[in-house]
Design a protein around this ligand. Structure first.
Ligand SMILES: Nc1ncnc2c1ncn2[C@@H]1O[C@H](COP(=O)(O)OP(=O)(O)OP(=O)(O)O)[C@@H](O)[C@H]1O
Length: 235
């Protein structure tokens, strides 16, 4: 299989219709390779979340080409998009845990989308994943009984438990203090390297830039690439 996990060519994106139609993304070209940790930076409103949701199959592309795991999303049928989404782990700012489910059940839920796993296997794998994120003593806790950092760890466990090829994280440290934020991204980076998955992190948090293999910038819907984390521009 190709090592190109995401391949975007000449992608434009518009919100709205008629007079209200407004271009948000302009001629985006981007490739994410297998096992890379890539950070996407950029001012508020520059289009980062829009691009992330397009890559995640949560929004339909309108032009250009957007391939995820070799599959074209432009013009893809709903069933195909849903199939692609099963190979993607999502981590969002608000962590989106279900309040009525324990940490283990929240993680397990994402495995139950995969019919090849029995409920008992799913349970064991979920517990193992919670151990991997340092929550072995919180497996049966509910979200309301966990700190912000612990909730974000559960969200990471949930995103990674099915060993997705691609993980998309939108501001994963935004709600965390700097120590918890740092711990959370280092954990994501370590698990990504262990599992060989590609991670794209959208962030405003300059303190975590050094964990990236590559940093891309979005400004007013235009993408600039190849500013490495050690380059002076990214400081
Ligand atoms: N559903 C929508 N309908 C119309 N315009 C939208 C919609 N969602 C986003 N936009 C607009 O698209 C632009 C890009 O928004 P987006 O959320 O992608 O930016 P962002 O870079 O992620 O911002 P932030 O860093 O503040 O989260 C903004 O001007 C925003 O107002």
């Amino acid at each position: 299989m190709s090592n190109k996990i995401v391949e975007i060519h000449d992608l434009d994106f518009f919100f709205g219709q008629g007079n209200l139609r407004k271009q948000t993304l302009f001629d985006i070209n981007l490739t994410l390779l297998s096992g890379e940790v890539v950070i996407m930076k950029g001012p508020s409103g520059s289009g980062k979340t829009t691009l992330l949701t397009l890559m995640g199959g949560l929004r339909s592309p309108q032009s250009g080409s957007l391939k995820v795991l070799g599959q074209e999303l432009l013009g893809a049928k709903k069933a195909k998009t849903i199939q692609i989404r099963r190979n993607i782990g999502y981590i969002f700012q608000g962590h989106n845990l279900l309040k009525s489910l324990s940490a283990r059940q929240n993680v397990q839920m994402s495995l139950e989308l995969h019919d090849r796993v029995s409920p008992e296997q799913a349970k064991q794998q979920s517990i193992k994943m919670l151990e991997a994120v340092g929550l072995s003593d919180r497996v049966n806790y509910y979200p309301s009984e966990l700190s912000g950092g612990q909730k974000q760890r559960v969200a990471i466990a949930r995103a990674l438990v099915s060993h997705p090829k691609l993980v998309l994280a939108d501001e994963p440290t935004a709600a965390l203090d700097s120590k918890s934020g740092r711990d959370v991204v280092e954990l994501m980076q370590r698990l990504a390297k262990e599992q060989g998955c590609t991670i794209l992190i959208v962030t405003h948090d300059n303190r975590i830039l050094d964990i990236a293999d590559r940093i891309v910038h979005l400004e007013d819907g235009h993408l600039f690439e190849n500013w490495s984390s050690s380059s002076p521009q990214s400081a």
